[in-house]
Write a protein that binds this ligand. Structure first.
Ligand code: IFM
Length: 467
């Protein structure tokens, strides 16, 4: 035994664990780097029927037997609608310079068209103003999946009219508070809405139809481009963009079949969104694969989708691995997995960023979500979530690596500020750096939150400029 590891044997377990963490410092990043935490309306707000809010497709979907793992819903969630002030105190306490949240479309315009709901607009305006008082930049997402049910009744995102309703919604929000919002993302993860919501039917609105899914993805992209144009026409000074969930797509083996499938799946997840946004066309191989299911595209649509943006938001959680025989399982390679069953693969973030940088003329990139669900235990007022802390650190280190190699990344936001309603997994999966005891709504900072706060404190004199 060397003197060094003799010392390690006597060290406190927490100290030993700390020594396994990558050395990252806030000072390694530009002074105006955006550091944030993220949430979304349906996942935290609750107050599903209060103050004139309309129903969303998720309100309805949760009522389908078997749709949500623990048969829960978003009626109360984290009760953030009532507790927003103390929740923003926590955000401020963390020392972040940005807070990403979404606006519930049915809370501000209950049926998606027609009358606006003053109480809903006031709620978000109060959040924006309170953040600004605290010197925290508001990063708003307009569509984090909770489409007004009244629009779904008319076909939802399959119906081209919804594109125009969305543009009106974007204009209304921008007119009311755009002068104070640092950044507006039109949609969060259109792949999820299209594929999980309309092809696999495991998310709202629960439709399983490939052609519907392709049309939905086209309408989401089109509404994004038209909304950006509409806000620019209002002389927007807000940074405008979209948030995609992307990952590197790896073949499980080097067999021809696995490699061909990986290429097609890359087309379906990455190029189907990146190509129209940044090259103005859909990838040919995916169009061919869709055949008769390909979307109806009008003249000018592709040009409108490719309207230049100020930023690309990227949500990264894991890599994807595919095998033609479907046999590959996360964890089979010995890499750790999160409670979602997702492999922990931080190097995939560097790989993805470098690849996007090589293949596209990228605008500045923001990591708008990064985090993991782990089995947390609240004990004596603490949650020792070492794995989550390590996850966050490794992913910050991975993005620093991509920045060193030339990718223009401007910010990083942890998903999520607090435990919340994890869609079809209900409340069973916890992503927060703040623990929520749902029975009492008590919030407790986990070790990961303490770490993030300490990390940010290394120099928190500087504030972010928006991108
Ligand atoms: O909770 C979700 C979030 O709403 C969108 N991105 C992925 C997160 C974890 O699944």
């Amino acid at each position: 035994m060397t003197p060094d590891n003799a010392q390690e044997l006597h060290a406190h377990p927490a100290e030993v664990m700390k020594s396994q963490l990558p050395m990252i410092k806030r000072q390694q990043f530009p002074d105006d780097f955006v550091w944030g935490v993220a949430t979304s309306a349906f996942q935290i707000e609750g107050a599903a029927k209060e103050d004139g809010k309309g129903q969303s497709i998720w309100d309805l979907f949760c009522r389908n037997t078997g749709a949500i793992a623990d048969a829960s819903n978003g009626d109360i969630a984290c009760d953030h609608y009532a507790r927003w002030e103390s929740d923003l105190d926590i955000v401020s306490d963390l020392g972040v310079n940005a807070y990403r949240f979404s606006i519930s479309w049915p809370r501000v315009r209950p049926t998606g068209s027609g009358a606006w709901n003053a109480s809903g607009l006031d709620f978000y305006e109060r959040i924006v103003d309170r953040l600004l008082q605290r010197n925290i930049k508001p990063y708003v997402t307009l569509n984090h999946w909770d489409l007004p049910q009244a629009l779904q009744t008319q076909g939802g995102w399959v119906n081209r009219d919804t594109v125009h309703r969305f543009v009106e919604y974007a204009e209304g929000i921008h007119r009311r508070m755009g002068d104070r919002i640092a950044s507006i993302a039109t949609h969060n993860e259109p792949w999820v809405i299209a594929v999980l919501g309309h092809e696999k039917g495991v998310f709202a609105p629960g439709i399983a139809n490939r052609s519907a899914a392709a049309q939905v993805s086209h309408h989401l992209l089109l509404s994004h481009g038209l909304a950006v144009q509409a806000l620019r026409a209002q002389n927007s000074q807000t940074a405008l963009g979209i948030v995609l969930n992307l990952s590197p797509m790896h073949p499980a083996t080097s067999s021809d079949a696995d490699r061909a499938l990986a290429l097609l799946e890359d087309g379906r997840l990455v190029r189907w969104y990146m190509d129209p946004l940044f090259k103005g066309s859909y990838p040919q191989d995916v169009l061919e694969d869709l055949g008769a299911d390909m979307p109806v595209v009008h003249a000018q649509d592709m040009k409108n989708i490719a309207t230049p943006v100020d930023f690309l938001g990227l949500n990264y959680y894991t890599r994807s691995v595919v095998s033609a025989d479907g046999s590959w399982k996360a964890g089979s390679t010995g890499l750790p997995v999160t409670e979602m069953g997702w492999e922990i693969y931080p190097q995939g973030l560097t790989e993805l960023l470098l690849r996007l940088h090589k293949d596209y003329a990228l605008p500045p990139v923001l990591i708008t979500e990064s985090g993991g669900a782990f089995r947390d235990v609240l004990e004596a007022g603490s949650v020792h979530d070492f794995e989550r802390t390590q996850y966050v650190q490794q992913h910050i280190a991975a993005l620093a690596d991509a920045m060193r190699q030339g990718v223009d990344v401007r910010g990083y936001m942890v998903w999520s500020l607090m435990d919340n309603f994890e869609w079809a997994s209900g409340y069973e999966k916890r992503f927060g750096i703040v623990h929520v005891e749902y029975a009492t709504q008590v919030r407790t900072l986990k070790d990961s939150a303490h770490w993030y706060r300490d990390f940010l404190k290394q120099d928190n004199t500087q504030r972010a400029t928006a991108c």
